[in-house]
Design a protein around this ligand. Structure first.
Ligand code: KIV
Ligand code: ZN
Length: 508
């Protein structure tokens, strides 16, 4: 019989720690709601003590998520644990996740503590957390470079005072599948209590083995796997959720493992995260890359047309990719639009449908055929909420290969129209410079990317604009059939996020 594996998603904590992946509170709530639809077992919502923004995000996610456990990370310090509890106490199923490093190298150089001190501290802090919360996860940071005998002793002690989950992380992505299997087996043999609680694993991908290591650990007795959407996370990232889940699904025959994730929500979760962070997955990324289900060579295409299973081990539908590409056009009415939304799995409120339908009609005026991807792009854009302090009213560009580009941009700030004109190296640069003049705050353009999100000559272009302000990166995303308009919208999106964050800080 297949064994159940609990999926612990740490996209909002370890994932968010990776460069360029920071999210504001609205974005985090949006991701958390999507993780709930994906049916993960645990959402690690953040590290509550890290900043006031992190605290508020964990607290709001705890209030909003009803079907998953919500965890906050906490160092093994009383203050961290107190704050973590303050943030997760609103959750239907709260968890405090506390950790301390256990490898010689970390204890000596980072903690400057003796193993006995680390052990006492861990026990005291689990006891402290248990006074607040029933569900306590304890992690031994850098476990794979720690002494297994020491770990077994430490785990028994923290379990005795109430730890319900023991995590054995490969913090630096150092182990290999066989070694990790042996390591976990050895600790289980040396421990009297480990098999009475959930054993968790948390693998980083420094040597590209995070997924393989996690699956080997599950075979060695782990019952929970920690992972992130698109594999984002510190350095080379964490084990990718979509790869773990689809490996368990597709190779149940050899792995003998299953989980409760709704695989049809995988693609949507991946796209939502990319559109929020502006960090795209590589085209050949397993499961969610653009080419993961594309067949280019004639031999492969022929094979798939004759019999899909010749070159496909999973169906695109199983991860929520729709095969039905052509959908609606200019003359389609609200009912057809609503039906399509339902078929795509969206459950929107009346107001959200009206807003999306208006945008669909606008797009249909510019674009002959509306594909599912166009609709997904509209909905994703709408669900990323932050106040639009500045809105694009109109713009005029004058550009050519023998003249200097000029841009006149008119933005709305509440009810006021503000216009600026600028020259630049090309139309996009000129438009950005005109916007900078309007906004008048100190920011630098860190990154700018343009790509098409849908198909055909009249495809929608998506611009991802990253602006730096006070050392932090803010990502904006603009969508249009006109690439200059998409770029301007992306720029304004990033500006609005900067302004929103400044306001959020003032309120704290
Ligand atoms: O990588 C790691 O060890 C961690 C712990 C805090 C669980 O992220
Ligand atoms: Zn980690």
């Amino acid at each position: 019989m297949a064994k159940e594996i609990k999926i612990f998603d740490t996209t909002l904590r370890d994932g968010e720690q990776s460069p360029g992946c920071s999210m504001n509170i609205h974005e985090k709530i949006r991701v958390a709601k999507q993780l709930e639809l994906l049916k993960v077992d645990v959402i690690e919502a953040g590290f509550a003590i890290a900043s006031p923004g992190d605290f508020t995000s964990v607290r709001e996610i705890s209030k909003n998520v009803k079907n998953c456990t919500v965890a906050s990370l906490a160092r093994a310090l009383p203050k961290d644990i107190d704050i973590a509890w303050e943030a997760v106490k609103y959750a239907k199923y709260p968890r405090i996740h506390t950790f301390i490093a256990t490898s010689d190298i970390h204890m000596k150089y980072k903690l400057k503590m003796k193993p006995e001190e680390v052990l006492e501290n861990a026990v005291n802090m689990v006891e402290h957390a248990k006074a607040y919360c029933e569900d306590i996860e304890f992690s031994a940071e850098d476990a794979t470079r720690s002494n297994p005998e020491f770990l077994a002793k430490l785990f028994d002690r923290v379990i005795k005072v109430g730890a319900t989950v023991i995590n054995i992380p490969d913090t630096v992505g150092y182990t290999t599948p066989d070694e990790y299997y042996e390591f976990i087996t050895t600790i289980r043999e040396k421990s009297d209590y480990l098999d009475k609680v959930d054993i968790s694993v948390h693998c980083h991908n420094d040597l590209g083995m995070a997924v393989a290591n996690s699956l080997a650990a599950a075979k060695a007795g782990a019952t929970q796997i920690e992972c992130t959407i698109n594999g984002i996370g510190e350095r080379a990232g964490n084990a990718a959720l979509e790869e773990i889940v689809m490996a368990m699904n597709t190779r149940k025959d050899v792995l003998g493992l299953y989980c409760n994730v709704d695989t049809k929500q995988i693609m949507r979760s991946s796209k939502l995260l990319s559109s929020i962070t502006g960090v795209e997955v590589q085209p050949n990324k397993a499961i969610v890359g653009n080419n993961a289900f594309a067949h280019e060579s004639g031999i492969h295409q022929h094979g798939v047309l004759e019999e899909r299973t010749t070159y496909e081990i999973m169906t695109p539908e199983s991860i929520g990719l729709s095969q039905n590409k052509m959908v609606l056009g200019k003359h389609s009415g609200k009912h057809a639009f609503e039906d399509r939304l339902k078929a795509l799995g969206y459950d929107l409120s009346k107001e959200e449908i009206i807003k999306a339908f208006g945008q669909f009609k606008e797009l249909a005026d510019k674009k002959k055929t509306i594909y599912d991807d166009d609709i997904e792009a509209i909905i994703t854009r709408n669900t990323i909420a932050y106040p639009e302090v500045y809105k694009l009213q109109r713009f005029v560009i004058n550009s050519g290969n023998t003249i200097t580009s000029t841009a006149a941009v008119i933005l709305m700030n509440h009810d006021q129209e503000i216009e600026e004109v600028s020259i630049g190296d090309g139309p996009v640069d000129a438009a950005f410079k005109a916007i900078e003049k309007i906004i008048g705050i100190d920011m630098t353009l860190e990154d700018y990317k343009l790509h098409s999100v849908t198909e055909g000559k009249d495809a929608q272009g998506e611009a991802i604009v990253k602006l730096k302000h006070n050392g932090k990166i803010y990502t904006g995303r603009g969508l249009s059939t006109d690439v200059v308009e998409a770029s301007i919208k992306g720029y304004i999106g990033a500006v609005n996020k900067i302004l929103y964050q400044v306001e959020e800080k003032k309120e704290m």
